[in-house]
Design a protein around this ligand. Structure first.
Ligand SMILES: Nc1nc2c(ncn2[C@@H]2O[C@H](COP(=O)(O)OP(=O)(O)OP(=O)(O)O)[C@@H](O)[C@H]2O)c(=O)[nH]1
Ligand SMILES: [Mg+2]
Length: 259
């Protein structure tokens, strides 16, 4: 039976988290997978951490990692991957938002594809069949624009480079550990994808419908957007370093590349 770790970073998601946890498990009620949920909470002031702590008392497949401050989405994922890798050793890691924008009913499809042997499956809004539902036109323009600029600057061929709904193999997660990512915030999505494609991991996009959050507030502040732009510039200037590192590792392993 495949073991799955679903990682959910939270910052003030009181109105979403319990429903999401229930829905994740409901999608695996046939017992075909051994599913764990790991919530990484950054000391939310709205009691999200306490809600999850209560759930962990009655469900030993739910774990809570509590961090003392808001350290960013990317760093939450890295901490979550490290903890899950050491404590759960899953076959497939899943990353998804807490605000129900990433519908849990896609999980079986994404995981099925991942178990076919792909290192990275992206729940994609920009391949045929995918879309952002109920987003205002300007939100669509901003998201599309950021995605296109990032793809162009880093020469990424996947269509949805900023999607946060992904599955990762152990290989992909270990590549993340070995390569010290500079991104602590939202640019983690693009930097990690750039790393996977530079390291020639197998990547597949699967269409999803992305829904606008209905409850709680966005954490995508102006500061986060500026940081994303700055990180993107930095990454495009240093992208040759990643490619050089890949070549070095390839050469050292004499064709027996560990990723
Ligand atoms: N642990 C942790 N989680 C975070 C942090 N910033 C954002 N998140 C979580 O990351 C996920 C994505 O954040 P959102 O605010 O939904 O960002 P977004 O989807 O780009 O914006 P909206 O469409 O407006 O919701 C959510 O589950 C947040 O709670 C952070 O600093 N730490
Ligand atoms: Mg969101």
């Amino acid at each position: 039976m495949a073991r799955i770790a679903v990682l959910i970073p939270t910052y003030n998601e009181r109105d979403n988290i319990s429903l999401l946890i229930d829905e994740v498990f409901n999608n695996f009620s046939d017992g075909t997978h051994d599913v764990y949920i790991v919530v990484i909470d950054d000391n939310s002031s709205d009691g999200t951490g306490q809600i999850v702590a209560k759930i962990t008392e009655v469900n030993d497949h739910v774990h809570l990692l509590s961090r003392p401050g808001k350290y960013g989405l990317g760093s939450a994922y890295i901490d979550g991957f490290r903890w899950s890798d050491s404590n759960l050793s899953p076959d497939v890691f899943v990353q998804m938002d807490a605000d129900l924008s990433h519908p849990p009913y896609y999980l079986p499809t994404l995981i099925k594809k991942a178990l076919e042997g792909y290192d990275v499956i992206i729940g994609s809004r920009y391949v045929e069949g995918g879309a952002s539902v109920s987003w205002s036109w300007y939100r669509k323009v901003i998201s599309r624009g950021a995605n296109s600029i990032a793809r162009l600057m880093l020469r990424i061929k996947e269509k949805d480079a900023t999607s946060g709904f992904r599955t990762l193999s152990r290989r992909a997660v270990h590549a993340l550990f070995d390569f010290d990512l500079s991104s602590k915030g939202y640019s983690y999505q693009i930097e990690s994808l750039f790393l996977y494609s530079s390291f020639k991991l197998s990547i597949k996009e699967v269409p999803i419908l992305f829904f606008e959050r209905e409850k709680g507030e966005t954490k995508l502040s102006i500061l986060e957007i500026l940081n994303f732009a700055y990180m993107l510039m930095l990454m495009s200037l240093t992208r040759f370093k990643v490619l050089k590192q890949f070549k070095k590792i390839s050469k050292r392993s004499k064709g027996n590349f560990k990723y």
